[in-house]
Ligand binder design. Structure first.
Ligand code: AMP
Length: 414
């Protein structure tokens, strides 16, 4: 179905064309008409599905049509789990509202920036408020924000918000906004807790689901068996062999991302780290450099797993495996965005075999194990406390000796 059939005005269609979208994604095709009809919606949508535009477009349409709206009052509240997603959603509103004569004012509320300035921005006139829930509640507690004109409430990536403790905050949010409003809730998964939250927020919602496969199928998923100490050298080898421009590498902890980025820079690779310790300004700078391919290799913690929207990531590497299957899906969803294809590679050693099997089972996938020449998995699964498996001993082959040399060169981070 083309965009022309979704009930959107000429103005918005022009903005869509300018943005370069040719046809709606499946989630947009379903959500846009329902939202325009005034329904509450619970949508199960995967990352990269085009979900932001599925609410941004009808909201802009409804705001532009309704002449009884009070100008410069908060009419839309979007809550998201991360700063990056907040900024991206706010930007999406900005991009599509350029076609309007009276452009609605969008304010993004995120941590790491001055609350005073954010309150000032709101008081200067705000139509659309996009916020992380924590910062929204901080600003709310100042009691200087008028939410009595609110008409649309969107909860984005509700499952992730729940993990961040949103269930307790929800009552505070609901007490602050008018009971009569239109609601939309997005979640990648629908455990019982999300249904509980949905029942508090929405009224007779229409449920929309999009096949997960439609997004994930475009990702070439690979699993490479490699000893943990050999992951760094293997990564360098893969970078040499492939023509990847942007590679996102997920690591288990913040310090590791800094250490390994520094190591790769020493090898002359444009690498940077991205983790929760960075100031907001540094986060923005790093992401811009990555988007512009001034940085080619980004080592990140899971804060980059959701919400991060960079169109041309060629490959996602799970240097360390994610904890949960849903994190796996979110991580690999950073590639193959906006209709493109991409590769996702998980490094697994003996210790990760069982955990990866669990990820496969829950995600209903089954992936072939590969080994790369010169980096073959050696040794056996060891007891946790024992440290790296010894590779010393008599009768070593030439290959083993080479491997040992590589191991010596490499530290545990790479
Ligand atoms: P989202 O799931 O909202 O984060 O969107 C994922 C990516 O898809 C973003 O880069 C969007 O700009 C892009 N996108 C959204 N809708 C479309 C569309 N209809 N055609 C092409 N790209 C799209």
């Amino acid at each position: 179905m083309p965009f022309t059939k979704l009930g959107l005005s000429k103005q918005i269609q022009t903005a869509i064309k300018e943005k370069g979208y040719k046809e709606p994604t499946p989630i947009q095709e379903k959500v846009i008409p329902l939202f325009l009809q005034g329904h509450d919606i619970m949508a199960m949508a995967q990352t990269g599905s085009g979900k932001s535009a599925s609410f941004v477009l009808p909201i802009l349409e409804l705001l532009s049509k309704n002449k009884t709206h009070t100008k410069s009052r908060i009419k839309v509240l979007v809550l998201t789990p991360t700063r990056e997603l907040t900024l991206q959603v706010a930007e999406t509103f900005d991009i599509f509202s350029t076609a309007f004569f009276e452009k609605p004012k969008v304010v993004a509320l995120i941590g790491g920036e001055s609350i005073g300035n954010q309150l000032y921005d709101i008081q200067q006139g705000c139509d659309i408020l996009v916020a992380t829930s924590g910062r929204f509640l901080d600003v709310l507690s100042k009691k200087q924000m008028n939410l009595s004109h609110l008409e649309y409430f969107i909860l984005d990536e509700a499952d992730k918000m729940l993990n961040l403790g949103f269930a307790e905050e929800l009552e505070l949010v609901l007490a602050a906004i008018p009971p009569r409003r239109q609601n939309l809730l997005f979640s990648a998964t629908y455990p019982e807790k999300i249904r509980e939250i949905a029942s508090k927020i929405t009224k007779n919602p229409i449920e929309v689901t999009i096949e997960e496969k439609q997004t994930v199928e475009k990702i070439h998923q690979r699993v490479i068996e490699v000893n943990r100490e050999n992951r760094g050298p293997l990564l360098r080898q893969l970078l040499k062999e492939n023509q990847w421009k942007l590679v996102l590498v997920f690591m288990a902890n913040k310090r590791a991302t800094d250490n390994i980025a520094e190591k790769f820079r020493k090898y002359g690779i444009q690498a940077a780290s991205f983790n929760g310790d960075l100031l907001q300004e540094e986060r923005n700078k790093t992401l811009s450099a990555f988007k512009e391919a001034k940085v080619n290799l980004l080592f990140a913690t899971d804060i980059a797993a959701r919400g991060l929207d960079i169109e041309n990531i060629d490959c996602v590497i799970n240097y360390d495996l994610p904890r949960s299957p849903s994190d796996y899906i979110h991580r690999i969803g950073r590639t193959a965005r906006a209709g493109k294809s991409g590769t996702a590679i998980s490094f697994i050693s003996h210790e990760e075999q069982e955990h990866f099997k669990l990820i496969e089972k829950r995600s209903q996938i089954s992936l072939k194990r590969e080994q790369i020449q010169g980096f073959e998995l050696i040794g056996e699964a060891k007891a946790k406390e024992k440290g790296p498996a010894p590779i010393k001993g008599k009768g070593k082959s030439k290959k083993d000796k080479l491997r040992e040399k590589a191991l010596k060169e490499a530290t545990s981070q790479g």
